[in-house]
Design a protein around this ligand. Structure first.
Ligand code: PAZ
Length: 310
């Protein structure tokens, strides 16, 4: 079997600034920036806190005219679930997606022209609808989408820089599963890689460590929580603490792929503790985010109070 070797990756660590110079910004960025500015200004004027939640995976294309890309497992459940708890917005549309329940199962045909909610579900749907409408009416939720690594990084930089004016009142809850490796645009082949040439060996560069400028330059006064995912239990605490020490932010929440919905470990500068669902809670469909978020709210309160004392 022959192999197609894409241009060689490098061990050199790309500087985040270089990344933004070498890659073109997504065309949706200016529109998104306008939306974020409006949102932030409105809630800043009202003296509210704002939380940026990043969630879901990023893709990395392997061809400039992209036919194929590398993806990851994340479905964005952590972020979507977490977004509901500050407002007690349980549950939202994620509960009616095809991967869990199809929303059509909640409907019935009343007659030829009308549909209605199946009475078995109406109580549950009513409470979701009420909470959803409240959020819509108060405009307390702004959802922005990204697909590729580049979409995500440009958006992250812009949103954090816009939110910087909130200082300690902003929380950054970074739960997205961001690609660790990518092929820089200038090293990517232009056209679809041909299978007739045999197997494929990919060589990728390391994605610059964006947490560093985020913590030090973009939002130095913000309350920053990052997530660390591992699959090997023996590495989880070590790698989480290593990230906290390296970037110097406030909290790393470590989780394992297989148990991420059941337990997480909080790592702070001077503490380490687990948050775990009991069997009883699991049985009653309690979500771990209902325990993570109140804990973070307490710590964010302290962060704001300490800043006021200084
Ligand atoms: O999106 P999801 O709910 O399926 O998974 C959540 C998660 C495991 C991606 C998140 O909790 C996390 O750990 N994010 C950071 C991943 C990382 O180490 O880069």
């Amino acid at each position: 079997m022959t192999t197609t070797n894409l241009l060689e990756g490098t061990n050199e660590i790309i500087n985040p600034d270089t990344y933004f110079q070498d890659n073109s910004q997504p065309c949706s960025l200016p529109d998104n920036e306008i939306k974020v500015k409006e949102f932030v200004n409105k809630h800043d004027r009202a003296g509210r806190r704002i939380v940026l939640i990043t969630s879901g995976g990023t893709t990395v294309p392997i061809e400039n005219n992209t036919v194929r890309f590398l993806d990851n497992f994340s479905a964005g459940t952590r972020g979507a679930t977490s977004a509901e708890y500050p407002f007690y917005l349980q549950p939202f549309s994620r509960h009616y997606t095809h991967s869990t329940n199809c929303f059509l199962d909640y409907m019935e045909l009343k007659d030829d022209d009308n549909i209605e909610v199946n009475p078995n579900y109406s109580q549950k749907m009513k409470s979701v609808l009420k909470k959803y409408q409240k959020v819509k009416q108060e405009e307390t939720l702004l959802i922005l989408n990204f697909v590729t690594l580049s979409d995500y990084l440009f958006l992250l930089r812009s949103v954090t820089q816009i939110m910087a004016c909130l200082k300690e009142r902003a929380m950054y809850y970074l739960a997205a599963a961001v690609s660790d490796f990518f092929i820089p645009a200038q090293k990517m082949v232009q056209h679809k890689i041909q299978s007739a040439e045999g197997g494929l060996t990919l060589s990728m560069d390391q994605v610059p460590k964006f947490l560093k400028p985020l913590v030090n330059n973009w939002v130095p006064e913000g309350f920053i929580v990052s997530f660390k995912l591992e699959t090997d239990p023996s590495l989880l605490v070590y790698k989480s603490r290593q990230a906290l020490t390296k970037y110097g932010h406030q909290i790393v929440i470590g989780n394992l792929l297989t148990t991420r919905k059941l337990e997480v470990v909080f790592i702070t500068k001077d503490s380490e503790f687990k948050i775990k669902l009991t069997e009883h809670e699991v049985k009653n469909e309690i979500e771990i985010e209902s325990k993570i978020i109140p804990e973070l709210v307490i710590r964010h309160d302290e962060w704001i109070k300490n800043a006021e004392i200084k």
